[in-house]
Design a protein around this ligand. Structure first.
Ligand SMILES: Nc1nc2c(c(=O)[nH]1)N=C([C@H](O)[C@H](O)COP(=O)(O)OP(=O)(O)OP(=O)(O)O)CN2
Length: 168
């Protein structure tokens, strides 16, 4: 069946987050701590509203900027990684992988309930934050949301999510 649809797409120079991270890969391998200037793009699909918008660019930019700012200038830590142990100890966070250990100020870290801080799972995290904000602040659920996270220039991952308006 042929289908027509509308999308809005936003990517801006300020939709960036500069973060430190490391991931595990190939079984038991673990990267060295390093950083990226991540860049985010968002796309929403849905019906047109009374303004003939899918969703207002101005509001979308504001919401995306706030979500990106939650991550910006932090150490990103995945709390569901089976190989990396992340333990909150008052004002600090202890992180262990095999015989390696890092201690970070708690306020410098964002603890994410994901398995690995890959671009893919960061895109999923951002999509989930955005859908929560759109529902809570705008009483709006798009038909589809796509979040692209570019880790370094020319390499990015996309998370696409088809939503039901009742889906939680
Ligand atoms: N599909 C994915 N592959 C990889 C991811 C990821 O998130 N998703 N992440 C990494 C690493 O975190 C790594 O930091 C990126 O490695 P690399 O491409 O080597 O990064 P560089 O900035 O050094 O890139 P150059 O093109 O070599 O300059 C690995 N894979």
């Amino acid at each position: 069946m042929k289908r027509k649809c509308y999308k809005v797409h936003v990517t801006k120079d300020y939709l960036v987050f500069c973060c430190a991270h490391f991931i595990t890969y190939d079984g038991d391998q673990c990267e060295k701590l390093h950083g990226h200037n991540y860049r985010v793009a968002v796309e929403l699909e849905g019906a047109l509203d009374e303004n003939h918008y899918v969703f207002d660019f101005v509001s979308l930019k504001k919401r995306m900027r706030a979500i990106v700012d939650e991550l910006d200038h932090h150490m990103l830590l995945a709390t569901k990684n089976p190989l990396i142990r992340v333990e909150e100890q008052g004002h600090r966070v202890q992180v262990r992988y095999q015989d390696r250990e890092w201690i970070f100020p708690r306020s410098d870290c964002v603890l994410l309930p994901i398995e690995n801080t890959t671009a893919e799972l960061l895109a999923k995290h951002i999509a989930e934050r955005l859908v929560t904000v759109l529902r809570e602040q705008h009483h709006y659920t798009p038909d589809r949301v796509h979040i692209e996270v570019e880790e370094t220039f020319g390499q990015s991952a996309v998370f696409s999510w088809e939503l039901e308006s009742s889906e939680s």
